[in-house]
Write a protein that binds this ligand. Structure first.
Ligand code: NAD
Length: 256
């Protein structure tokens, strides 16, 4: 059902976005990869995926911290049947020490970018009579942790935006949902390990089991393939009446 459809995945030159892009390419979608960089290796990555999956894969640079870039990404893609809002950053600090520029960047990239891409993509979806919006939120869209004020605020915000867009598209063959992963081992999570080791004076193993996966009852990371497979499911006919909701992929975290 995604075969031949154009899928834009924001922030997809690494981590979850790349995993989602691969699953959609595998299923035959024409994929647009994105990040804010415009390096040879970004375009090579697109070529590699195109060759690997026998489908069209392009890389379009656009900075998701800038509203105009977000809208230009959708324009340059020349159509968008499936929009996966995935670009995201993290910063960990107590609120009274949280740098304002980090707050602003997290709200812009993790929340406002989706406002802009969705606004730009919906008219085309309405015209074609089919569309899927999948926002990559987080377990932190449903519950909080200390020292992640901007991230938790942005992720709760994206869950609210998801519900609103679902209501505005409810009578059209368009759905909008959010996926809420727990911990997935990606560069974003990897980058948190050294600081956390220092902060708690712990080994890497202890940080992984007792800090990162402390609230993930399965004690296992989710995989980028699992996130990608869930996006593909949300694009399938079985998911036609699933809209305005969240799907947790968190090993039981939000059941606690
Ligand atoms: P990552 O750092 O591996 O990937 C983030 C992607 O976003 C990269 O491709 C990066 O280039 C891109 N990006 C960053 N700033 C950008 C900008 N200004 N413009 C365009 N692209 C930009 O991280 P990840 O873990 O794969 O995270 C992807 C998404 O999944 C994020 O929204 C994150 O909050 C969410 N998430 C991750 C986890 C996890 O455990 N890894 C859990 C829940 C939610």
């Amino acid at each position: 059902s995604v075969s031949g459809k154009t899928a834009i995945v924001t922030g997809s030159n690494s981590g979850i976005g790349l995993g989602v892009a691969e699953e959609l390419a595998k299923a035959g979608a024409k994929v647009v990869l994105n990040s804010f960089t415009d390096r040879d290796e970004d375009h090579k990555l697109a070529e590699e995926l195109a060759a690997k999956y026998g489908t069209e894969v392009r890389y379009i640079a656009a900075d998701m911290s800038k509203g105009d870039d977000c809208r230009a990404l959708v324009e340059k893609a020349g159509g968008c049947d499936i929009l996966v809002n995935n670009a995201g950053i993290q910063h960990v600090a107590a609120i009274d020490e949280f740098p304002t520029e980090k707050w602003d960047a997290i709200i812009a990239i993790n929340l406002s970018s989706s406002f802009h891409t969705i606004a730009a993509a919906l008219p085309g979806m309405r015209e074609k009579g089919w569309g899927r919006v999948v926002n990559i939120a987080s377990a932190h869209g449903l519950t909080a942790s200390p020292y992640k004020s901007a991230y938790v605020a942005a992720k709760h915000g994206i869950v609210g935006l998801t519900k609103t867009v679902a209501l505005e598209t409810a009578e059209q063959p368009i759905t909008c949902n959010a996926i809420c992963p727990g911990y997935v081992l990606t560069p974003l999570v990897e980058a948190q390990i050294p600081d956390t080791m220092k902060k708690y004076d712990m080994s890497r193993e202890d940080v992984v089991r007792n800090v990162l996966l402390e609230r993930q009852p399965s004690k296992e990371f989710a995989t980028t393939e699992q996130i990608g497979g869930t996006v593909a499911f949300l694009c399938s006919p079985a998911a036609e009446q699933i809209t305005g909701t969240t799907i947790s992929i968190d090993g039981g975290w939000t059941a606690l």
